[in-house]
Design a binder for this molecule. Sequence first.
Ligand SMILES: [Zn+2]
Ligand SMILES: [Zn+2]
Length: 249
Amino acid sequence: MFDCHFHTDLSYCSEGGMTLDFITKSIKELEHIDGIAVTDHSFALYFPEDVAWSWEYMTNSKVYDKFRERGDRNIDAYLTSLEECREQGIVPGLETEIMHDGRFTFDPSFRSRIDILIGSVHALPLTHNLSSSGIFDEWHKNTLQLLNAGIEILGHPFRWISKHIPVSDALIKEIVHEAKLNNVAIEFNSHFEIDTDSRMLDEVLKQDVQLAFSTDSHNTTEIGDFSYQMSILQEKGLEISDFKIFPSL
Ligand SMILES: [Zn+2]
Ligand SMILES: [Zn+2]
């Protein structure tokens, strides 16, 4: 299996011990793992920790411009270290988001060095005491922007919205359809177990959309652990081979 989503200690959400050395050794030891895309957060490469978690850049991209040179240096070093581990089963990746002005939180000149780009909704502005429809509109706009921005995978597609409002079958159908139109894989993530996962799989299967298996590992015990995904598939009487898996190895 290929793990499409994985964090190292460079991401502020890492719980420690997540070094490239640990990952490459684990790939060698874990027979069922063919490779891992290391996808650290672009916001962790570009911003100091307090700025990163403030999310201010999502609504004020001048913050991004202020830290841009710092970020460019960090992402260059990050991608160089991943490129050096390709032979050991590591694929250079990145997890990113789109700011209010339509830009990613990393410089597009690095895009050609990123094999797997995950676009995710992490934080959206809720400063105006938004109604349910306002929350929905913010999320819907941002998700469609991500799907249109040339990403490979839509990360944890319904995590943010399901925390705020109920997710309808029609919405799942629409987002899966948009993913197909844009040739983007839908992520099946085990770090965040969402109650939309089962319905999302039904649509992915029905619409024949690519499915990405991700542990989204933040700690050393998560590496290679796809037991959540397997249990959901088993419950539904499905197998991995029923899906169009991303990436096709
Ligand atoms: Zn994420
Ligand atoms: Zn992640």
